[in-house]
Design a protein around this ligand. Structure first.
Ligand code: URA
Ligand code: URA
Length: 234
Protein backbone atom coordinates (compact mmCIF):
# COMPACT_ATOMS: atom_id res chain seq x y z
CA UNK A 1 0.00 0.00 0.00
CA UNK A 2 2.75 2.36 1.02
CA UNK A 3 4.61 1.82 -2.22
CA UNK A 4 1.53 2.74 -4.32
CA UNK A 5 1.22 5.94 -2.32
CA UNK A 6 4.91 6.68 -2.82
CA UNK A 7 4.60 6.00 -6.53
CA UNK A 8 1.63 8.38 -6.76
CA UNK A 9 3.56 11.04 -4.86
CA UNK A 10 6.47 10.66 -7.28
CA UNK A 11 4.17 10.98 -10.29
CA UNK A 12 2.49 14.09 -8.87
CA UNK A 13 5.89 15.69 -8.20
CA UNK A 14 7.03 14.89 -11.75
CA UNK A 15 3.86 16.37 -13.26
CA UNK A 16 4.23 19.52 -11.13
CA UNK A 17 7.84 19.93 -12.27
CA UNK A 18 6.82 19.37 -15.89
CA UNK A 19 4.12 22.05 -15.69
CA UNK A 20 6.55 24.52 -14.11
CA UNK A 21 9.15 23.87 -16.82
CA UNK A 22 6.51 24.24 -19.54
CA UNK A 23 5.50 27.59 -18.09
CA UNK A 24 9.11 28.68 -17.92
CA UNK A 25 9.84 27.58 -21.47
CA UNK A 26 6.76 29.35 -22.78
CA UNK A 27 7.74 32.44 -20.88
CA UNK A 28 11.39 32.35 -21.87
CA UNK A 29 11.11 33.41 -25.47
CA UNK A 30 9.50 36.82 -25.70
CA UNK A 31 7.56 35.60 -22.72
CA UNK A 32 3.96 36.24 -23.65
CA UNK A 33 0.96 34.40 -24.89
CA UNK A 34 -0.89 37.25 -26.53
CA UNK A 35 1.92 37.85 -29.04
CA UNK A 36 3.27 34.42 -29.93
CA UNK A 37 5.21 35.68 -32.97
CA UNK A 38 8.31 37.71 -32.32
CA UNK A 39 7.27 40.16 -34.99
CA UNK A 40 3.83 40.79 -33.51
CA UNK A 41 4.81 42.91 -30.56
CA UNK A 42 5.62 46.47 -31.67
CA UNK A 43 7.19 47.53 -28.36
CA UNK A 44 9.58 44.58 -28.44
CA UNK A 45 10.51 45.17 -32.05
CA UNK A 46 11.56 48.75 -31.43
CA UNK A 47 13.34 47.74 -28.20
CA UNK A 48 15.37 45.22 -30.20
CA UNK A 49 16.30 47.84 -32.77
CA UNK A 50 17.36 50.25 -30.01
CA UNK A 51 19.38 47.50 -28.33
CA UNK A 52 21.13 46.85 -31.65
CA UNK A 53 22.04 50.49 -32.11
CA UNK A 54 23.22 50.70 -28.48
CA UNK A 55 25.46 47.71 -29.21
CA UNK A 56 26.90 49.43 -32.31
CA UNK A 57 27.65 52.51 -30.22
CA UNK A 58 29.33 50.41 -27.49
CA UNK A 59 31.46 48.48 -30.00
CA UNK A 60 33.27 51.70 -30.96
CA UNK A 61 33.31 53.21 -27.44
CA UNK A 62 36.38 55.28 -26.55
CA UNK A 63 35.10 56.72 -23.28
CA UNK A 64 37.72 55.16 -20.99
CA UNK A 65 41.28 53.82 -21.18
CA UNK A 66 40.14 50.17 -21.36
CA UNK A 67 39.57 50.78 -25.07
CA UNK A 68 43.35 50.89 -25.52
CA UNK A 69 43.94 47.39 -24.14
CA UNK A 70 40.81 45.49 -25.15
CA UNK A 71 40.59 43.03 -28.05
CA UNK A 72 36.78 43.10 -28.23
CA UNK A 73 34.00 44.98 -26.52
CA UNK A 74 31.76 42.45 -24.75
CA UNK A 75 28.36 44.12 -24.99
CA UNK A 76 26.20 41.19 -23.83
CA UNK A 77 24.31 38.33 -25.45
CA UNK A 78 21.05 36.44 -25.35
CA UNK A 79 17.33 36.98 -25.74
CA UNK A 80 16.51 40.72 -26.02
CA UNK A 81 13.06 39.95 -24.54
CA UNK A 82 14.37 37.83 -21.69
CA UNK A 83 12.50 37.62 -18.40
CA UNK A 84 15.75 36.80 -16.64
CA UNK A 85 19.00 38.73 -16.99
CA UNK A 86 22.40 37.98 -15.44
CA UNK A 87 24.92 40.69 -14.69
CA UNK A 88 28.57 39.83 -14.03
CA UNK A 89 31.60 41.99 -13.31
CA UNK A 90 33.74 42.40 -16.41
CA UNK A 91 35.04 40.32 -19.33
CA UNK A 92 38.01 38.03 -18.64
CA UNK A 93 40.61 36.83 -21.12
CA UNK A 94 38.37 34.42 -23.07
CA UNK A 95 35.50 36.92 -23.22
CA UNK A 96 37.88 39.64 -24.46
CA UNK A 97 39.17 37.33 -27.19
CA UNK A 98 35.72 36.16 -28.34
CA UNK A 99 33.62 39.28 -27.71
CA UNK A 100 31.05 37.22 -25.77
CA UNK A 101 30.17 37.17 -22.06
CA UNK A 102 30.89 34.23 -19.77
CA UNK A 103 32.54 31.86 -22.25
CA UNK A 104 35.49 30.79 -20.05
CA UNK A 105 35.47 28.32 -17.13
CA UNK A 106 33.17 30.44 -14.99
CA UNK A 107 30.89 30.77 -18.01
CA UNK A 108 30.56 27.00 -18.36
CA UNK A 109 29.43 26.85 -14.75
CA UNK A 110 26.99 29.74 -15.37
CA UNK A 111 25.48 27.68 -18.23
CA UNK A 112 24.86 24.82 -15.79
CA UNK A 113 23.36 27.22 -13.24
CA UNK A 114 20.94 28.53 -15.90
CA UNK A 115 20.05 25.00 -16.99
CA UNK A 116 19.38 24.02 -13.37
CA UNK A 117 16.10 25.94 -13.57
CA UNK A 118 15.06 24.55 -16.94
CA UNK A 119 16.25 27.46 -19.10
CA UNK A 120 18.90 27.68 -21.82
CA UNK A 121 21.46 30.42 -22.34
CA UNK A 122 19.54 31.64 -25.37
CA UNK A 123 16.44 32.22 -23.20
CA UNK A 124 18.17 34.65 -20.85
CA UNK A 125 20.31 37.77 -21.40
CA UNK A 126 23.85 37.93 -20.03
CA UNK A 127 25.84 41.14 -19.58
CA UNK A 128 28.51 42.68 -17.38
CA UNK A 129 28.97 45.93 -15.47
CA UNK A 130 32.08 46.70 -17.58
CA UNK A 131 32.05 45.98 -21.30
CA UNK A 132 35.85 45.83 -21.67
CA UNK A 133 38.41 43.66 -19.90
CA UNK A 134 40.51 45.35 -17.21
CA UNK A 135 44.17 44.41 -17.89
CA UNK A 136 45.16 41.28 -15.97
CA UNK A 137 41.57 41.02 -14.67
CA UNK A 138 42.18 43.72 -12.06
CA UNK A 139 39.14 45.13 -10.27
CA UNK A 140 37.15 47.74 -12.20
CA UNK A 141 37.97 51.35 -11.21
CA UNK A 142 35.17 53.62 -9.93
CA UNK A 143 35.57 55.93 -12.95
CA UNK A 144 35.30 52.97 -15.35
CA UNK A 145 32.10 51.84 -13.64
CA UNK A 146 30.60 55.33 -13.78
CA UNK A 147 31.39 55.69 -17.47
CA UNK A 148 30.30 52.21 -18.51
CA UNK A 149 27.23 51.76 -16.32
CA UNK A 150 25.26 53.94 -18.73
CA UNK A 151 25.24 51.07 -21.24
CA UNK A 152 23.99 48.54 -18.70
CA UNK A 153 21.23 50.83 -17.45
CA UNK A 154 20.00 51.30 -21.03
CA UNK A 155 20.23 47.55 -21.69
CA UNK A 156 18.03 46.87 -18.65
CA UNK A 157 15.55 49.58 -19.74
CA UNK A 158 15.21 47.99 -23.18
CA UNK A 159 15.15 44.32 -22.16
CA UNK A 160 12.89 45.00 -19.16
CA UNK A 161 13.67 41.70 -17.41
CA UNK A 162 11.40 40.61 -14.57
CA UNK A 163 14.36 39.30 -12.59
CA UNK A 164 18.01 40.35 -12.57
CA UNK A 165 20.58 38.03 -11.03
CA UNK A 166 23.68 39.95 -9.92
CA UNK A 167 26.67 37.64 -10.00
CA UNK A 168 29.14 38.35 -7.19
CA UNK A 169 30.01 41.17 -4.88
CA UNK A 170 30.94 43.63 -7.57
CA UNK A 171 27.76 43.46 -9.61
CA UNK A 172 25.55 43.38 -6.50
CA UNK A 173 27.24 46.33 -4.78
CA UNK A 174 27.38 48.39 -7.97
CA UNK A 175 23.74 47.87 -8.91
CA UNK A 176 22.43 48.31 -5.36
CA UNK A 177 24.77 51.21 -4.43
CA UNK A 178 25.48 49.23 -1.31
CA UNK A 179 28.67 48.19 0.49
CA UNK A 180 27.31 45.10 2.24
CA UNK A 181 29.12 41.80 1.75
CA UNK A 182 27.84 39.36 -0.87
CA UNK A 183 27.26 36.82 1.92
CA UNK A 184 24.72 39.20 3.45
CA UNK A 185 23.23 40.38 0.17
CA UNK A 186 22.70 37.02 -1.54
CA UNK A 187 19.48 35.07 -1.40
CA UNK A 188 17.20 38.14 -1.05
CA UNK A 189 15.22 40.06 -3.63
CA UNK A 190 15.74 43.82 -3.99
CA UNK A 191 13.77 46.25 -6.19
CA UNK A 192 15.79 47.57 -9.11
CA UNK A 193 14.54 49.57 -12.14
CA UNK A 194 11.14 47.82 -11.97
CA UNK A 195 12.74 44.36 -11.71
CA UNK A 196 13.43 42.03 -8.81
CA UNK A 197 17.17 41.82 -8.22
CA UNK A 198 18.70 38.73 -6.62
CA UNK A 199 22.41 38.81 -5.74
CA UNK A 200 24.19 35.47 -5.64
CA UNK A 201 27.77 34.22 -5.61
CA UNK A 202 29.86 34.65 -8.76
CA UNK A 203 30.54 31.37 -10.65
CA UNK A 204 34.30 32.10 -10.51
CA UNK A 205 34.00 32.18 -6.72
CA UNK A 206 32.11 28.85 -6.86
CA UNK A 207 34.97 27.27 -8.81
CA UNK A 208 37.20 28.07 -5.83
CA UNK A 209 34.54 27.33 -3.19
CA UNK A 210 32.39 24.48 -4.51
CA UNK A 211 30.84 23.94 -1.07
CA UNK A 212 28.81 27.13 -1.65
CA UNK A 213 27.17 25.86 -4.87
CA UNK A 214 24.30 24.60 -2.72
CA UNK A 215 23.47 28.20 -1.74
CA UNK A 216 23.39 29.29 -5.37
CA UNK A 217 21.01 26.46 -6.25
CA UNK A 218 18.75 27.74 -3.46
CA UNK A 219 18.88 31.28 -4.86
CA UNK A 220 18.09 29.95 -8.34
CA UNK A 221 15.04 28.12 -7.05
CA UNK A 222 13.73 31.43 -5.64
CA UNK A 223 14.35 33.03 -9.04
CA UNK A 224 12.46 30.24 -10.81
CA UNK A 225 9.48 30.69 -8.48
CA UNK A 226 9.48 34.45 -9.03
CA UNK A 227 9.59 34.00 -12.83
CA UNK A 228 6.68 31.58 -12.82
CA UNK A 229 4.59 33.94 -10.72
CA UNK A 230 5.12 36.95 -13.01
CA UNK A 231 3.79 36.90 -16.56
CA UNK A 232 5.59 39.19 -18.99
CA UNK A 233 3.33 40.89 -21.50
CA UNK A 234 5.29 42.17 -24.48
N1 URA B 1 33.43 36.99 -15.24
C1 URA B 1 32.55 38.00 -15.38
O1 URA B 1 32.20 38.68 -14.42
N2 URA B 1 32.06 38.22 -16.58
C2 URA B 1 32.37 37.50 -17.67
O2 URA B 1 31.83 37.77 -18.74
C3 URA B 1 33.28 36.45 -17.49
C4 URA B 1 33.81 36.21 -16.28
N1 URA C 1 33.56 37.57 -3.51
C1 URA C 1 33.10 38.06 -4.66
O1 URA C 1 33.59 39.03 -5.19
N2 URA C 1 32.07 37.42 -5.26
C2 URA C 1 31.49 36.34 -4.73
O2 URA C 1 30.57 35.83 -5.32
C3 URA C 1 31.97 35.86 -3.50
C4 URA C 1 33.01 36.49 -2.90
Amino acid sequence: MKSVKDELKKIIEAVKKYIELEELAGAGLYGNRSFPDTGACPRRESAEMLLDSLKKEALSCLKCDLCKTRTHVVFGAGNPGAKLMFVGEAPGMQEDLQGLPFVGRAGKLLTRIIESIGLKRKDVYIANILKCRPPGNRNPLPTEILTCEEYLIKQIELIRPRVICALGKFAAQTLLRNQESITRLRGRFFDYQGAKLMPTFHPAYLLRNPQDKRLVWEDMKKIRKELISREKIC
